[in-house]
Design a protein around this ligand. Structure first.
Ligand SMILES: [Zn+2]
Length: 395
């Protein structure tokens, strides 16, 4: 076991450290980065999970980068980061999971977790500013939305633009937090990126700045992961697709996909209380009772590990599909797995997984339509035959 623990200002990160120091941990590391801009300093703590003993081996592994707490008031996201780290350390376990498959996935995977991307914003929330989502210390009043400070379509403002919420900064990457995250993505070169938020239940893929999803096979694979997570872990309640019903410019995920070329780039929204009073930010973005708190963490941590397995399989780091019969959780999942494991009718090794659920649905609709048409033709023919029989009878 090799653990580096800095002097963390938050009890939360000390908690991470104590998880990592527990005997059951395989191999984890915490690093703290700092960056300054015009007297404004920000820190970024990054926890790395890997089973190999050196960074050189990372190059041949499936690499995952996860960020939580980019918006300060969305505290539940950091709780999820802790839960995932706790499971990775062996301190907590995942129910209904094939341990062999999970272990095989994790052996070939390196995961970097940023539990609180917006540490200075979090300080403001903990000091009582419960509606704060931007960065900045009180003395510096920066107030930039870190999810609008990236370079893809930066600075464009929609009609409903709210400067108090969505300030994009003085230019792309004006904020130290964004600079550090960009550096991390460049040096680590992940295959999978997730930006975790709260405010609603959603599984988003690019693009945020336009109303479309990317074209091609890779986009189909991303969609399939999201549809599967929605079905298995979100009770089909999650909004799936691009954006959130509104356009956002200069977002992290659009950059990670378009510029950093991360093949799987997502934004997850893990909880929201849409009935909460607009002034009650804590309730809008975070569960306020224990059962809901636990449900959110249980469902979403399970979703993340399913995504790790699916992603590793799709990127060819894991031979077995998580949907093999032996690994299935329920009969419903069995049907999904059955569809995904079948070879295409052209006999190629391409799985239906590659076709995407959307295409499967389209085929099913076409099949239904043609059945109805055939039935209609059949019925009309019978009617005609009967009519001709009747007319041939002399009156
Ligand atoms: Zn957010």
């Amino acid at each position: 076991m090799w653990v580096l623990c800095g002097s963390f200002p938050f009890s939360l990160l000390r908690a991470v450290c104590s998880i990592l120091l527990s005997d059951s941990v395989t191999f984890q590391q915490i690093e703290t980065y700092t960056s300054k801009n015009k007297g404004y300093q920000a820190e970024l703590d990054v926890v790395t999970y890997r089973q190999n003993r050196n960074e050189i081996e990372d190059n041949s592994k499936f690499r995952i980068l996860l960020s939580f707490g980019q918006h300060a008031r969305e505290l539940i996201t950091t709780e999820l980061a802790l839960k995932i780290l706790s499971i990775l350390s062996g301190e907590q376990s995942l129910p209904k999971r094939n341990p062999v498959l999970l272990n095989r996935t994790l052996q070939n995977t390196v995961i970097k977790v940023v539990p609180i991307e917006n540490l200075n914003g979090r300080r403001k929330v903990e000091a009582g500013e419960l509606c704060e989502r931007r960065n900045g210390l009180a003395s510096f009043r920066r107030g930039v939305d870190l999810n609008r400070n990236w370079s893809v379509d930066w600075g464009k403002k929609e009609e409903d633009f709210r400067p108090d919420e969505e300030n994009p900064g003085t230019g792309p990457f004006s904020e130290p937090e964004s600079q550090m995250m960009r550096k991390l993505s460049t040096s680590f070169e992940p295959h999978l990126w997730v930006n975790v938020h709260s405010g609603m239940e959603a599984l988003f893929m690019p693009y945020d700045h336009k109303n479309t999803t990317p074209k091609g096979v890779q986009s189909g694979k991303m969609k399939l992961i999201l549809e599967t997570l929605n079905h298995l872990h979100c009770g089909d309640r999650c909004v799936v697709g691009s954006g959130g019903g509104y356009l956002a410019h200069g977002t992290t995920t659009d950059y990670m996909f378009d510029i950093a070329k991360i093949p799987m780039a997502f934004t997850f929204e893990i909880y929201g209380d849409e009935k909460a009073d607009i002034n009650d930010c804590f309730k809008m973005f975070n569960p306020v009772d224990h059962p809901t708190f636990n449900r959110v963490l249980d469902e979403w941590s399970a979703a993340f590990f399913t995504m790790f397995e699916m992603g590793a399989h799709q990127m060819n780091f894991l031979q077995e599909s998580p949907f093999n019969v032996g690994n299935l959780i329920s009969i419903d999942d069995y049907l999904n797995g059955y569809l995904m494991e079948r070879k295409s009718r052209y006999g190629e090794k391409k799985e239906l997984l590659d076709l995407g659920l959307q295409e499967i649905r389209t085929y099913f609709r076409l099949f239904l339509l043609s059945s109805v048409l055939l039935l209609f033709m059949f019925c009309s023919r019978i009617t005609k035959t009967n009519r001709s029989l009747v007319s041939s009878v002399s009156l």
